[in-house]
Ligand binder design. Structure first.
Ligand SMILES: NC(=O)c1ccc[n+]([C@@H]2O[C@H](COP(=O)([O-])OP(=O)(O)OC[C@H]3O[C@@H](n4cnc5c(N)ncnc54)[C@H](OP(=O)(O)O)[C@@H]3O)[C@@H](O)[C@H]2O)c1
Length: 281
């Protein structure tokens, strides 16, 4: 039984590999990576698998029973990259494919959703047994800017009072491990989101509580927020993307109260208070 994980040198992939090693023998785990040199510390076999290079994918997928396809971070190229993986998986006779998609990908207004819809369709068209893990927002997307909020004296964003059902990467990693090591998930699509739904004002209040400083939430028009992010040095397209996802969140696009994530992992998702505590300098 061989379980292969793409993006294994990424943040989510590393958590998945570490958790898988606690569940199944390391000899049954293969890390599929763009740069094998970056995978030396993973403690499992690493095979070169570049989404843009089908020859590497064909070699890397030989003998794989279960493939966890962690979506690529190369926005705009992902549909084609993932299609290469799905085609290679089919040709290699992979037994099943588990894909990390986006919460409510079928109806999400987020610009990110289109590529996930394309990949979900490709996977279904492949005829391979599949499971779709529609991951919600990472709590780390917000707690990653705790330092900036403390330095700047405010949490900024464009999410208004939109409630965001985020969960940590570790929560999503546990869900992926439960599915790739478990049975009965074929043909299922899970909407994975945190038990708690919080606004950016809640985030600011939690940072204030834990730091002892007064850190308010300052809601900005989408264009102003994008301009500030670009001013911090983010590429303009990415800055505009982040601001637009916040604007979508203000209308509820990142909210979900189905609690399928905590059901899959058999424990509550990580509370905001714990994620903020982990992020405080
Ligand atoms: N739900 C959310 O809030 C959220 C937020 C951010 C991202 N995401 C999505 O979730 C995925 C996993 O998240 P993450 O935090 O682990 O992202 P990450 O740390 O950026 O990892 C992305 C992984 O994709 C790999 N990759 C990129 N291009 C590749 C290529 N051409 N061939 C092979 N591998 C390639 C990277 O390889 P290297 O290690 O070699 O760079 C890396 O391992 C992201 O890629 C993105 O699709 C979701």
């Amino acid at each position: 039984m061989t379980i292969a994980v793409t993006g294994a040198t990424g943040q989510l992939g590393r958590l998945v590999i570490a958790r898988l090693k606690k569940t199944v023998p390391a000899s049954g785990i293969v890390a599929l990576v763009r740069s094998p040199a970056k995978a030396a510390d993973l403690g499992v076999e690493a095979r070169e698998a570049d989404y843009g290079n089908p020859e590497t994918l064909a070699r890397a997928l030989a003998g794989v029973d279960t493939l966890l396809l962690i979506s690529s971070n190369e926005i705009g190229q992902r549909a084609a990259q993932h299609r290469n993986v799905v085609n290679a998986a089919k040709a290699a006779g992979v037994g099943r494919i588990v894909y990390t998609s986006l919460l409510h990908a079928d109806r999400s207004p987020l610009s990110l959703a289109e590529e996930h819809r394309a990949t979900e369709a490709d996977i279904k068209a492949s005829g391979l047994p599949f499971t779709i893990l529609r991951n919600g927002w990472y709590t780390e997307n917000h707690t990653g800017s705790v330092g900036a909020a403390l330095a700047g004296g405010a949490v900024i964003g464009s999410a208004g009072d939109g409630r965001i059902s985020s969960a940590t990467r570790a929560d999503y990693a546990d869900a992926a491990v439960a599915v790739v090591t478990g049975t009965g998930h074929e043909g299922r699509t899970y909407e994975l989101a945190g038990d708690e739904a919080v606004t950016l004002a809640d985030l600011a209040a939690e940072i204030s509580r834990q730091s002892g400083k007064n850190i308010p939430y300052r809601n900005l028009p989408e264009a102003d927020y994008a301009a500030i992010l670009a001013g911090f040095g983010l590429p303009e397209v990415f800055a505009k993307g982040i601001a637009s996802w916040d604007a979508d969140a203000s209308k509820g696009a990142l909210f979900d109260d189905g609690r399928q994530l905590s059901a899959l992992i058999g424990r509550p998702t990580t509370p905001l208070s714990a994620a903020v505590a982990a992020a405080l300098p």
